[in-house]
Write a protein that binds this ligand. Sequence first.
Ligand SMILES: Cc1cc2nc3c(=O)[nH]c(=O)nc-3n(C[C@H](O)[C@H](O)[C@H](O)COP(=O)(O)OP(=O)(O)OC[C@H]3O[C@@H](n4cnc5c(N)ncnc54)[C@H](O)[C@@H]3O)c2cc1C
Length: 416
Amino acid sequence: MCGVRNAPAIVDPDDGERGGRRSERVSMTDSSDILIIGGGIAGLSLAAALGDRASVRLLEQEQGLAHHTSSRSARQMQPSYGPEPVRVLTEVSIGLVREIEARLGAPLLRPRPLYWLALDDAVDLEPLRAAIPGLRRVAAAEPGSRLPILRAERVRDALLDPLAQEVDVPRLLDWYAGEARRAGTEIVTDARVSALTRHGELWTATVGDGPDARTFSAPIVVNAAGAWADQVAALAGVGPAGLVPLRRTVALARLDAAIDPDWPMVNDAGGSLYFRPDGDRLLSSALEDTPAEPHDAQPLPEVVARVTERLAAVVTPRVEFERAWTGLRTGAPDGVPVVGFDSEVPGFYWLAGQSGYGIQTSAAFGALAAADLLDLPLDAAVAAGGAAVAPSAAAAAFGALAPGRFGDAALRGSAA
Ligand SMILES: Cc1cc2nc3c(=O)[nH]c(=O)nc-3n(C[C@H](O)[C@H](O)[C@H](O)COP(=O)(O)OP(=O)(O)OC[C@H]3O[C@@H](n4cnc5c(N)ncnc54)[C@H](O)[C@@H]3O)c2cc1C
């Protein structure tokens, strides 16, 4: 077992003096090296990446894992989507997911090239093309030739991300959870952390209330609580990262025409809509970003109506709504995820603010955060992820996620 960073040496139960001191300090408490709060894709990918190199316990408030945003995504990994460090780490993640596929012996990725479209003359794709080297300009007629249901006359201009993928999220989540459990991680569900206190160098998390309350301790707490991440920070007396949960709804629709499951995805660069095939249905979103408190988000009829209306305006067949789901994309004020040790409070590690990128970055974030926590070289952690991105570039991109990047005043002052 490795030592963990920013933390005391792991207490050996056979070491009379140190072990004895700890049991006096935190009695009736289950101890591990690392406590992860949150059983979505962030917490699970980290637990899988830590493996048996530390003793890990993961606490999830719901009865099942990935109940919230991680089971409600559009399941895409798009290297042209997001701020620069996210794009770099998405490429790294695609390489790492290919490694997982090889170990699993089953497919996780399906090529789903992505067209960025200008659907009216006011949308200029040039800044996007100039900023993202992986994007290729294509003829405006090309998307319609590959996606025959598209109203091709509406397309003014188009760019192509040829490397974008659809990912089997349920299977990936199962793999992360299975790997973590095989390595000895204890995953505790129905375990909402209601208090976090620090005694000396150990955190103690309280789960539940009254006589049934249980406590778990560790020198390091990882905040992977998604939309609740600022609330979990508050429990620990850690200032907020200014994270704002934003509602986003995805709908599935039938068409009165055959759907080819291999059609590409299209995304209106003007921000009105994206859609792609999902088996024999079309999956689409009207890209709403409505601020909300952390909660179990459900679709609103007016948003579903908007998605259906916008989809019907860009495809030729008749659209019939089938079902929808809503999740919370939770982001920091600068749109960049917040990953790393808190700059003020020792032993408190952020793995939050993934916004619309938590699926596409999970493999890289898990591997890099694990190396960071174990004080191991970052570049070695992603060396297995194919040659698309130099490990040193991956490590630099990861550094850009550090919570201290705003300076303490800005970070602490911008809480929503
Ligand atoms: C409609 C939609 C489409 C999306 N499409 C994509 C996409 O195509 N590609 C992509 O990369 N991303 C996409 N995303 C974003 C992606 O889903 C998220 O970034 C990702 O799921 C966040 O994962 P997470 O583990 O941080 O959060 P969550 O999955 O929400 O997990 C956080 C967990 O913490 C638990 N928790 C909170 N508080 C406590 C507590 N006190 N004690 C114990 N447990 C607690 C919660 O119950 C929850 O299970 C999409 C999101 C939405 C809504």
